[in-house]
Design a protein around this ligand. Sequence first.
Ligand code: SF4
Ligand code: SF4
Length: 193
Amino acid sequence: MKTLIDAIKSLKTTVSNVLRPVATVEFPAVIRVRAPRYRASFALTNDEHGELSCVACQACEKICPSGVIKVKSGGKRESPATGKKRQYSDEFTLDLAACIQCELCVQVCNSDAIIMVREPEQPVYRREDLVLDLDRLRANARERTAAWGTGSVLQAMQESKPRAEPKAKEEKPRVEAKPAEEPKAPAAAEGVT
Ligand code: SF4
Ligand code: SF4
C-alpha cells in the first residue's frame, strides 16, 4: 500500500513539472538578455594609428592565475604609422577553456589592449578550438561588443577605493618573569658526614 502511495506522489510531481513553463532556452540559437556587466570572451584592440595596441609587456601573462595567456614578441621595430620604434606582440594566445573570467589581465594592461567582449564564443567540440590566437582576438575587437571594463577604467576604480585604516596593534599583557627558584641543595645522604 505504501509503495502505491509513493508511486502516486512521484507521478503527481512529474505531471506538475510537465505542465510548468519551460525554464531553459535553446542556446546558442536563443540568447537571454545579459546583465549590463556581463562579459564572456576577449579581444585585442587597435590604437589610434590602427596598429595593435598590445606592446607585449607580458603583464597579463604574469598576473593570470590560470596561466592561460602566452605572449611572444620579436623585439622592437619601427612602426610604419609613426616611424617610432615600439614592441609588438607577434604571438598571443589565450586558452578560454581554463579562464576563470577574473578580468585581472584587463585590469593590469596599461595600453588598454586586452579587453573583454560581451558575446560568448560559439560552443565547440574540441578544447583546442577555445584557444584564441592573435587573429581571432583582433577579429573579436572588430566584430563584437566591448564590455565596460578597460585597464584604465579598472585601475582608476582601484585607486579611488578608500583604503582600510590599519588596525592598531593590540598590546599583549606582559607576563612578569618569575624569579628563578633557588636550586635545592641535594638532600644529604643519611650517614654521610
Ligand atoms: S595585452 Fe596589455 S598587458 Fe598583455 S602583453 Fe599586451 S600590452 Fe601587455
Ligand atoms: S580573465 Fe582569464 S585570462 Fe584573464 S587573468 Fe583571469 S583567468 Fe587569466
